[in-house]
Design a protein around this ligand. Structure first.
Ligand SMILES: N#CCCn1cc(-c2nc(Nc3ccc(C4CCNCC4)cc3)nc3c2CCN3)cn1
Length: 277
């Protein structure tokens, strides 16, 4: 077995301390919702005197029982990762009532990179953007060393631990690259938006460390546009797509196939309208 396998398999390392008792888990607020379920801020307070730790608790939406296997895999994944630039696993909580497991993780007080950038964009200098970018690379390098492909690397899944530390989160789509292959092929198209996907992931459903690198490029764009909603990947993609198709029309080999300036004018009118939305 590869060393990555043994490092990932923490079966014999399942200590009791990673089991959290639901009765001591005090709900405080909802931190985030996704296509999986939700992440809640809780205080784990066995002494009942509010001295317990704040934790982020992820639970599967009860009607999404189908994803139970995926959720178990996500727990297996995150509990095998030990890196300063990856959100830390703290344990699990068996909620008797709902017959479901909850994933307990460290709580990162500043939330996702998107929200952080919107709020602190004035005082985030280029040096800090480069620091964040290098930290994400370090986290991804570690992930690659464990033969994991993240498959959903995006600013929304980068969390801010402090003004000088970001961490990779959300391993719901993470897969292990088989030892004899360089990529992982999924059976059905993913749920996450195509604007972060490498071409081969869109056309052949192939995911690899190199498709994570493509997504990292998109994250760089998000970082250096301060996660500005008007320049988000979807908008940039569609605008480039539009302008690129207008260029291709102008470059029709046969002259009569080229658009007139009045029709070109209309095309720009429309795209400007889209921009203003
Ligand atoms: N990734 C991913 C997608 C799923 N998701 C994960 C989390 C998460 N959030 C936090 N912290 C956090 C989050 C939001 C705020 C907001 C609240 C309202 N106003 C502004 C700031 C503040 C702190 N800590 C975490 C997690 C997972 C592990 N530790 C949230 N959604």
């Amino acid at each position: 077995k590869s060393d990555g396998f043994w490092r990932r398999t923490n079966m014999f390392k399942k200590q009791q301390q990673d089991v959290f008792e639901e009765r001591y888990l005090r709900f405080i607020s909802i931190l985030g919702k996704g296509n999986f379920g939700s992440v809640e801020l809780c205080r784990y307070d066995p002494w009942g005197d509010n001295t317990g730790d704040l934790v982020a608790v992820k639970e599967l939406q009860s009607d999404k029982k189908a994803n139970m296997a995926d959720f178990q895999r996500e727990i297996q994944t995150i509990s095998s990762l030990h890196c300063d630039y990856i959100v830390k696993y703290k344990g699990i909580c068996y909620s008797a009532g709902r017959l479901s497991t909850k994933l307990v993780m460290e709580y990162l007080p500043f939330g996702s990179l998107i929200g952080y950038m919107e709020k602190h964009r004035q005082n985030v200098c280029t040096r800090r953007l480069l620091l964040f970018a290098s930290q994400i690379c370090k986290g991804m390098e570690y992930l690659q060393s464990m033969r994991y492909v993240h498959r959903d690397l995006a600013a929304r899944n980068i969390l801010v631990a402090s003004d000088t530390l970001v961490k990779i989160a959300d391993f719901g789509l993470t897969k292990i690259i088989p030892v004899d292959k360089e990529y992982y092929r999924v059976t059905q198209p993913g749920e996450s938006p195509i604007f972060w996907y490498a071409p081969e992931s869109i056309s052949e459903l192939k995911f690899s460390h190199k498709s994570d690198v493509w997504s990292f490029g998109i994250v760089l764009h998000e970082l250096f546009s301060y996660c500005d909603i008007s320049r988000n990947p979807k908008r940039v993609f569609l605008l480039f797509f539009q302008v690129h198709s207008i260029m291709m029309q102008c470059w029709e080999f046969n002259s009569e196939d080229r658009p007139s300036f009045s029709s070109l004018q209309d095309m720009f009118e429309n795209s400007l309208l889209d921009e203003r939305e």
